[in-house]
Design a protein around this ligand. Structure first.
Ligand code: DX5
Ligand code: ZN
Length: 216
């Protein structure tokens, strides 16, 4: 199976969201990564459900929703209502992660769990078989355009080993500082999905950059 590309809407032009979403619709992007921030779990606020309700009307790619918020279990219905394909919550934000993952599945969505840079993949030992995706943060969440944390590569390889040893099909997504160079190394380490914000939207030709990331 070839890898997936999930461009991050956070780096899009918010004055021209429709134009950027149409560009993504017509690109080789597999998913559309939507970063929701609350100013509590992360030191920034992005966009929320009223914006995503409009995004859903024109987006043709499955929505890959990354919630950087406390108590994400309170918003399962709202994420469902924007027709999200994947709902990803932070390990660090969920006291009852197993229950939250079950509720996401009950709502009919795929469930992803995100790890901050300091959280070891080994902590997923007892939840790995219950989830559809692990999102490895390769920057501290909250902002686009940050520098890739090298240590993330070892987390991806260790997680790849855990998944293969258990014969699971859990996807590994990586988010933060992904470009052609770090993207290639992440795929070699075992990543399945690359999120890219700045690399796509600051490229002279975003469609071509998505094509290049897709063909790494
Ligand atoms: C960061 C977000 C990312 C962000 C990545 O908190 O979760 O999805 O958009 O941006 P880049 O690719 O620019 O590092
Ligand atoms: Zn993200």
């Amino acid at each position: 199976m070839s890898h997936k590309i999930s461009p991050s809407l956070l780096s899009a032009d918010f004055l021209n969201l429709q134009k950027d979403i149409e560009m993504l619709n017509n690109s080789e992007a597999d998913w559309l990564h939507c970063d929701v921030m609350d100013g509590v779990f992360v030191p920034n606020i992005s966009f929320g459900f009223p914006v995503l309700e409009r995004v859903k009307e024109i987006a043709k790619k499955p929505l890959d929703v990354h919630l950087m918020i406390v108590q994400p279990e309170k918003f399962i219905q709202q994420v469902k209502d924007i027709n999200a394909y994947m709902m990803t919550v932070h390990y660090e934000a969920c006291t009852h992660l197993h229950r939250t993952v079950g509720a996401i599945h009950e709502a009919g969505m795929k469930a992803g769990v995100t790890l901050n840079p300091h959280t070891p993949v080994e902590l997923l030992e007892d939840i790995l078989e219950d989830i559809d995706m692990v999102l490895i943060m390769s920057v501290n969440p909250g902002f686009g355009g940050q520098k890739f944390i090298e240590r993330s590569l070892s987390k991806v390889s260790r997680l790849r080993r855990m998944i293969n040893e258990r014969n699971l099909s859990t996807l590994i997504e990586v988010d933060g500082g992904v470009n052609l160079e770090t993207g290639k190394r992440l795929l070699d380490a075992g990543a399945d999905v690359l999120v890219a914000g700045n690399a796509v939207f600051s490229a002279p030709d975003p469609t071509q950059m998505i094509h290049q990331l897709k063909n790494l």
